[in-house]
Design a protein around this ligand. Structure first.
Ligand code: TEU
Ligand code: CA
Length: 574
């Protein structure tokens, strides 16, 4: 453990630190004033992928009543908002990110009444519902598209992006994210339509003011229902120029975002987060400007791309370059301090499980490395997002190709097989990077199907649920769950987590991620060993008499043990 003085300023013994600290500042649940802009700066959000969270009617698919049944668990964790992946009506080509009716709950998830109950029950527990809205594209089963393909003069035709053509050569060589051309031909129209994702996900034409008006009205519909925020799917693509091959960061992007904010996000307290794979720090200052002219924050992905081989696809992995990861976080932490706001995440429904990706999911190191990663992230400035199961240290899974559900996995499998990749190479990539790693059912207990369903789960449950599950975690004071619970409490209790200025320590060290956060009053040190080695380490002089806020080992020892992490804190005595 870190070599720190064996006592605090009043000479209290080291061992008493944690109890002392928590005893002195009992952690009453801090209720945030959600009418005020910026409440999210002391909040922690939790992402639910409803299809995989909790089934209550035995069809093997998670549903809204399942989420309602687990609200007490989430309140126990201490989170303040739930980002719900889409539950609107959808043919499920892309698991709900292909919406066919923005104002209806898909029957597989339940009813609008269930949604209203969820919103009300969550609010009773101090939890806001942040709804995932997919405004860049809709489903080809949406009435707008069904109308649009009936004729060029149909009023809905211009809701989409069409180009005349011969059906042989697409308008340009833009590729769809899920493989193939981004253009599909409709013979009866003699035209191609643009789809950045699946063929069944036609992009909406944001240059058409009617489209924007329809979408703003959809948002107001959900605000009236009591939704207190939105996650905006691939929002950096709404300004695209399909003729010039520009998908994200298009010329009108921020014009549209400012209009979206004015027309649909009037309430100061609405928490809005945009998914922006193409964001950099400068652009994020526009997205998250403190005046609320656009959004509250964005999900940027510069850290997420670091462990893939430069210039290749996400399937072509390489070991995480920790020095580069630290630099990306430094640039975002310092770049947005006082001029914008960060989201903080390592997991979501599109990403492999972080303990398997950047930690170590072996029996020996899974828990300690999951806690280390959480320490690294939750000490920073920004709003942390916990993805369902991350708080349990859930891991990736290795399935046979036929067991997978994700359109992206199957398209990649077929494309790479056709290019001559061996089955082993392709499966290794899928096991490391496939989105279904995050979508296996939530592990509630050691019983059948991990307590997720009494039916046949739509995607296999990870067999390791017998040891990794919420029931076991709740009864274990040293579980990853209770570690996250403490981190969440700390964020609400010490201003340094919200306001502290970030300074990266040891920038060139390839094994230790250490940084400080400083305000006039409070000083925080976060130290993380990213390796399975024991490393020499000395706490900076100024922290020699600090308090231990949280630590993923039960004892102290010189240096840093494998995946050891801690937060140290002291306050200026004025
Ligand atoms: O994701 C956008 C996106 O680009 C990612 O899907 C990423 O490209 C993909 O994971 C390949 O690495 C959003 C949603 O989060 C995702 O679930 C949807 O599939 C996609 O948009 C289309 O709506
Ligand atoms: Ca169900």
């Amino acid at each position: 453990m870190l070599r720190i003085a064996m006592g605090d300023r009043k000479g209290r013994p080291y061992a008493g630190h944690l109890q002392y600290f928590f005893k002195e500042k009992t952690m009453a649940k801090v209720i945030l004033n959600k009418q005020k802009r910026g409440w999210w700066k002391s909040a922690v959000f939790y992402q639910i992928y409803p299809k995989s969270f909790q089934d209550t009617n035995g069809d093997g698919i998670g549903d809204l009543r399942g989420v309602i049944s687990r609200l007490d668990y989430l309140a126990e964790l201490g989170i303040d908002g739930i980002w719900m992946s889409p539950v609107c009506q959808s043919p499920q080509v892309d698991n709900g990110y292909d919406i066919s009716d923005y104002r209806a709950v898909d029957p597989m998830f339940g009813t609008m009444e269930d949604m209203e109950t969820l919103i009300a029950e969550a609010k009773k527990r101090g939890i806001s519902i942040i709804l995932d809205l997919v405004l860049n594209h809709c489903s080809d089963q949406h009435i707008w598209f069904k109308e649009a393909i009936t004729g060029k003069d149909n009023p809905y035709h211009d809701y989409f992006i069409w180009r005349d053509g011969d059906g042989v050569t697409p308008p340009n060589d833009m590729r769809a994210t899920f493989g193939g051309s981004a253009w599909t031909y409709v013979p009866q129209l003699g035209q191609w339509y643009f789809h950045q994702f699946a063929v069944e996900q036609p992009d909406l034409n944001w240059d058409n003011p009617m489209v924007r008006r329809e979408l703003y009205s959809t948002i107001r519909f959900w605000v009236q229902k009591g939704v207190e925020g939105f996650r905006l799917d691939v929002i950096d693509q709404i300004g695209k120029d399909a003729d010039k091959g520009i998908t994200n960061n298009g010329p009108r992007l921020h014009e549209f975002l400012r209009e979206l904010s004015r027309e649909a996000f009037q309430e100061e307290g609405l928490a809005t987060v945009g998914e922006a794979w193409g964001a950099d720090v400068e652009r994020a200052k526009l997205y998250s400007a403190p005046d609320g002219s656009e959004l509250s924050m964005v999900f940027q992905f510069q850290h997420i791309g670091l462990d893939q081989q430069p210039g290749k696809d996400k399937w072509d992995t390489r070991p995480l370059p920790l020095v580069q990861l630290k630099e990306v976080y430094r640039s975002w932490q310092q770049g947005l301090h006082n001029v914008g706001w960060n989201s903080l995440f390592m997991n979501n429904h599109d990403l492999p499980r972080i303990v398997s990706r950047w930690g170590n999911d072996s029996e020996e190191f899974r828990v300690v490395s999951a806690k280390m990663l959480a320490t690294m992230l939750h000490g920073m400035e920004g709003t942390p997002y916990i993805y369902q199961g991350e708080e349990l240290g859930m891991t990736n899974i290795k399935l046979p190709i036929e067991a997978y559900a994700d359109i992206e996995i199957h398209n990649m499998y077929n494309e790479r097989a056709a290019k001559g990749y061996t089955k082993e190479e392709v499966m290794e990539s899928i096991w490391a990077r496939g989105r279904d790693n995050a979508r296996t059912p939530m592990q509630w207990n050691a019983g059948e199907n991990a307590g997720f369903t009494t039916g046949k789960p739509w995607l296999p449950v990870n067999p390791n649920h017998t040891g990794i599950n919420a029931e076991a975690a709740l009864s274990d004071p040293d579980s990853v769950f209770h570690y996250y619970q403490k981190l969440i409490e700390l964020r609400k209790t010490l201003e340094v987590f919200r306001d502290g200025e970030f300074t990266l320590l040891l920038p060139k060290d390839e094994k230790i991620f250490a940084y400080t956060r400083d305000t006039k009053k409070g000083h925080l040190l976060v130290v993380c060993n990213f390796t399975a080695e024991t490393l020499p380490y000395e706490v900076p002089e100024t922290f020699r008499n600090s308090r231990l806020l949280i630590h993923n080992y039960k004892t102290t020892a010189p240096g840093l043990r494998p995946y050891e992490a801690a937060m140290l804190y002291y306050e200026e005595q004025f």
